[in-house]
Ligand binder design. Structure first.
Ligand SMILES: Cc1cc2nc3c(=O)[nH]c(=O)nc-3n(C[C@H](O)[C@H](O)[C@H](O)COP(=O)(O)O)c2cc1C
Length: 385
């Protein structure tokens, strides 16, 4: 496509450049869907509602977190089922991020959007994205997902598109948005899937374009990331147990970064651990066991079945106790142990973590008080970046 916007990395005052000064990126995965990541009925504060997530985001910002981000899922009635009706309720992450932008100052806000569902057109998303980019002062990022669950495509009245073709379409979609963000003139483009005739987008984004992100494990998704993403949310090719993840990640991270380098680009990889942390390992394990003891087995089966119905290539499905707690990988232990695992993730080539918790407000507070100071001591975080 004709025009390419500058990367936010090219602007010394962009939020992306600011967070890159941190040795290890820190993000919060917001629980804007009921049950968060844990199909367990153990009582907790976690809620999908806006006020709860607004307070979490403000707390994360006060603690110096770099990003907050929300997923997008299209669930039928009852969610994945069980007594807790896991994930039946959810907020849209795009509208949520726009609202969060008005009550925060520094934290980067990332919305997941299924760019191939329904009526999206690159012109719409380029316009909406430029608008939230201005509302947030360049703090908005788009997590491009293509939808791996067939029932979601059917909700929009369509059959699921073949995996690699989805990435081919996402590439065209992204290139058209980029051209619209960059072009000083009306633009006419004829793509294979979308066309523009004398199209023009204002306002132009503050720092070239919004941050671009994708979440992937497949060769096609990594090829997309190498060309377009600033951040890639990765999963562990070795499954969710932390030692297996750390063994598998160095090769994975090296390959992703090498592919980006071949295009003269840099990408950062971020992984998503569930943190179960208490003052001692014993207490953390007891906390973990109490979450598992209240597992909602039907909700877990529904969740696993839903995931298995899809074609995501990078995920290994861990079952049993693991699933009741959830997350792409799990870190359980004392504050010092958590920081030790973070150091190992960094050594394995991960540029940061984006955290999930069981009882978000309480566990985030504990993390801020007990883990963050140790991260600073270990050189993983700067106070004043
Ligand atoms: C941290 C993370 C967040 C994700 N969030 C979403 C999401 O909100 N909605 C969605 O449909 N898929 C989401 N995915 C799934 C990805 O879009 C993708 O389908 C999956 O990682 C498999 O990648 P692949 O299809 O390239 O193999 C997420 C994946 C990761 C690792």
């Amino acid at each position: 496509m004709s025009t390419i916007p500058a990367s936010p990395l090219a602007f010394s005052d962009s939020p992306l450049v600011r967070i890159m000064k941190q040795p290890f990126l820190l993000g919060l995965f917001l629980p804007i869907q009921s049950g968060g990541w844990s199909p367990s009925s153990l009582p907790r504060s976690t809620s999908w509602d806006f006020d709860y997530n607004a307070r979490l985001t403000q707390r994360a910002e006060a603690l110096g977190f770099d990003l907050a981000f929300g997923l997008a899922q299209w669930m039928g009635k009852g969610g994945t089922g069980g007594e807790i009706r896991f994930r039946e309720q959810s907020l849209d992450p795009f509208i949520t991020a726009t609202a969060l932008a008005t009550i925060t100052q520094r934290i980067i806000l990332i919305s997941t959007i299924h760019v191939l569902y329904g009526p999206w057109h690159p012109l719409y998303l380029a316009k909406f994205g430029a608008t939230i980019d201005h509302i947030s002062g360049g703090r908005w990022g788009l997590n491009v997902v293509t939808g791996f669950v067939p029932s979601e495509a059917r909700m929009f009245g369509n059959e699921q598109i073949d995996h690699d073709r989805r990435y081919e379409m996402a590439t065209e979609f992204t290139e058209m948005m980029k051209a619209l963000w960059a072009s000083p003139e009306n633009l006419t483009l004829e793509g294979r899937h979308w066309r523009l005739m004398d199209a023009f987008v204002t306002p132009k984004p503050r720092y070239g374009r919004p941050l671009l992100v994708n979440a992937t494990g497949s060769p096609a998704g990594i090829a997309y990331a190498a060309k377009h993403s600033d951040l890639v949310f990765i999963t562990s090719p070795g499954g969710g147990h932390v030692d297996a993840a750390i063994a598998a990640l160095p090769k994975h991270n090296t390959e992703i970064k090498a592919q980006a380098k071949a295009f003269g680009r840099e990408v950062r990889t971020i992984i998503n651990p569930m943190i179960v942390c208490r003052s001692t390992e014993k207490e953390a394990r007891e906390y973990y066991d109490s979450i598992v003891a209240a597992a909602d087995v039907e909700a877990i089966e529904g969740f696993v079945g839903r995931r298995a119905s899809g074609d995501a290539k990078g995920w290994r499905t861990d079952l049993g106790a693991y699933r009741a707690v959830g997350g792409n990988m799990q870190i359980v232990g004392s504050p010092a142990q958590v920081v030790e695992w973070f150091l190992q993730l960094k050594q394995a080539g991960c540029d940061g973590v984006q955290l999930t918790f069981f009882d978000f407000a309480a566990d985030l507070d504990f993390f801020g008080q007990e883990v963050l100071p140790l991260m600073i001591q270990a050189g993983l975080r700067n106070h004043d970046a």
